[in-house]
Unconditional design. Structure first.
Length: 297
């Protein structure tokens, strides 16, 4: 499985809940998956932070991954989020995800603990040795506080043959360029920020792990398809048209806005689990406005 190559749009899936948030709404989840596949996305990413993974039980996570695999039916890659700031638990979660059907697992850099670069290296190395599945490393210093450096990334590529790529949410296109330039073997880099998809693809990224594609899978897929086909000007125009939507998706703590957007479209409840709270009336109004403007353009 380490031969897996990442390209296209991977949707950072929301997890629909019942109105009070007490249970996962699996009916809405499977409908959401079908809409994603119909929108020609390349991959499904359950149990990431957009899916509120820290609030999900182990059983809920396994079932979400299993349903992703079953609904995808080979039409999309299943890349399950399994990382945490506990290496042992990350290994257990990754093994459980693979058993549930995940094609690959995504490991976020440990948050809150602020490990050194050597700590990050040893964390990923331990997971790599314990889990014989393709690994995607999620670099998001804005939330994890620590950044996986290019130097440490290169060390990991040498030490871990099953590390196949990175979700780059550093917000720094220079990081992506240097890593692609210096890597000794082929790797895939997916943008971790919707607003930076086309800029990052212009210098070698192969797609995006998108929040906005929960709402607009077909449209985000079209942007990435154009970029992959070297139609960067057209891709850029389409991305600019979505800019207001992208920004609104993070106007309050994610995934409250994207769930509110999906609720406005009648696809699921807007409910989230604490400590996240539902989008405010102001946020919903902003979403309604930017979505209407985008759809009319």
């Amino acid at each position: 499985m380490a031969e897996l190559s990442l390209s296209g749009v991977y949707t950072a899936l929301v997890t629909p809940f019942t109105a009070d948030g007490s249970e996962v709404d699996f009916v809405a989840f499977e409908k959401h998956l079908e809409a994603q596949v119909a929108g020609k996305i390349s991959g499904l990413v359950p149990c990431g932070t957009t899916g509120e993974a820290p609030t999900l039980s182990d059983g809920e996570q396994r079932e979400l991954i299993a349903r992703c695999k079953r609904v995808a039916g080979g039409r999309a890659v299943v890349l399950a989020g399994t990382g945490s700031n506990n290496t042992k638990k990350s290994i257990e979660a990754a093994k459980a995800a693979v058993e549930a059907g995940a094609d690959a697992v995504m490991v976020v850099m440990p948050y809150y603990s602020k490990p050194t670069q050597e700590g990050l290296f040893q964390h990923v190395l331990a997971i790599s040795k314990a889990v014989p599945a393709p690994l995607v490393l999620y670099n998001i210093p804005g939330r994890s506080v620590v950044e996986l450096s290019v130097e440490t990334s290169l060390r990991l590529l040498d030490a871990c043959p099953n590390v196949i790529g990175f979700k780059d949410a550093t917000g720094n296109v220079l990081h992506c360029q240097e890593l692609l330039l210096r890597a000794k073997r082929p790797i895939s880099i997916l943008s971790g920020d919707d607003v930076l998809t086309v800029p990052m693809m212009s210098i070698g990224a192969t797609g995006v792990i998108s929040v906005t594609s929960n709402v607009y899978p077909k449209e985000v897929s079209a942007i990435v398809a154009d970029a992959l086909a070297d139609r960067l000007l057209e891709a850029g125009k389409q991305q600019l048209a979505l800019y207001g939507v992208h920004r609104a998706m993070f106007s309050e703590a994610s995934p409250a806005p994207v769930k509110a957007a999906l609720n406005l479209k009648g696809r699921m409840n807007a409910s989230v689990r604490l400590p996240i709270v539902e989008a405010s009336a102001e946020c919903r109004a902003r979403l309604a406005t930017v979505m209407a403007e985008y759809e009319a353009s």
